[in-house]
Design a protein around this ligand. Structure first.
Ligand code: HEC
Length: 208
């Protein structure tokens, strides 16, 4: 009795296409007597769905994969640098920088660019603008006089090399400038610009 009732219902769903309030259509397939209405998602819903995928792809390419537009992080770093340039004018010889900090600086184009500007104005007379060396040693080869790490470069820049033309810059430059110029100098290692002959001890290239 009851099974007949069910059969009657499904049969009527399959045949009477007017039952679907939205489209009036029933799809071809049928499972165990169950039919499916052709009920597509609304256009506005699909527009948002596909639109967000396309937006995510465009966003990823522009902000993550290219430098076309500054990412929020880059904007923040630039603003932070600008702030510290105007607010930390007085420096102390006690500033220190960690290896990680300098490695991150060497990877940051804004930091390297800032360091390069300082290097060109303050250091290039002795090291030349591209660091190949003149009065000061070649900073692009795989040799270092004092230590072997980025930290050692930073410390030499801060404290100078007593008895040589390399003066202590820790009392001349704000802390952020010291970090920037040391980041730039450490980014030169391994560029091997032909210039002053190697001085000091052989050292490994820095990990990128
Ligand atoms: C008046 C010349 C002169 C100026 C200006 C100068 N340097 Fe030097 N620099 C030297 C000399 C000379 C040495 C080698 C010191 C030694 O033999 O111990 C040196 C050494 C260094 C070293 C250590 C290299 C190593 O192999 O250990 C670094 C790093 C350095 N300078 C960076 C800088 C930076 C950055 C500036 C600018 C803020 C600068 N120098 C400005 C002359 C100079």
């Amino acid at each position: 009795m009851s099974s007949t009732a069910i059969d009657d219902t499904t049969a009527s769903a399959a045949t009477s296409s007017d039952d679907n309030p939205t489209t009036g259509k029933v799809l071809e397939h049928e499972y165990d007597g169950i039919h499916e209405y052709d009920n597509p998602l609304p256009g506005w819903w699909r527009a948002i769905f596909y639109g967000s995928m396309i937006y995510a792809l465009v966003y990823f390419i522009i902000f993550v994969k290219t430098d076309w537009i500054a990412s929020p992080e880059q904007t923040y770093r630039a603003a932070a640098l600008e702030w510290s340039a105007t607010h930390e004018a007085s420096s102390t010889a006690m500033v220190s920088a960690s290896e990680d900090q300098l490695a991150a600086g060497a990877r940051d184009p804004a930091m390297v660019e800032r360091g390069q500007t300082i290097f060109t104005t303050k250091c290039a007379t002795c090291h030349t603008p591209d660091g190949r060396g003149l009065i000061g040693p070649n900073l692009t080869d795989l040799f270092q006089i004092h230590g072997s790490k980025r930290e050692d470069l930073f410390n030499t820049i801060r404290d100078g090399a007593p008895g040589t033309a390399m003066m202590p810059w820790g009392t001349q430059l704000p802390a952020t400038d010291l970090v920037a110029v040391a980041s730039f100098v450490s980014s030169l290692r391994g560029k091997n610009v032909a210039g002053k002959e190697p001085q000091g001890n052989p050292v490994p290239a820095f990990a990128p």
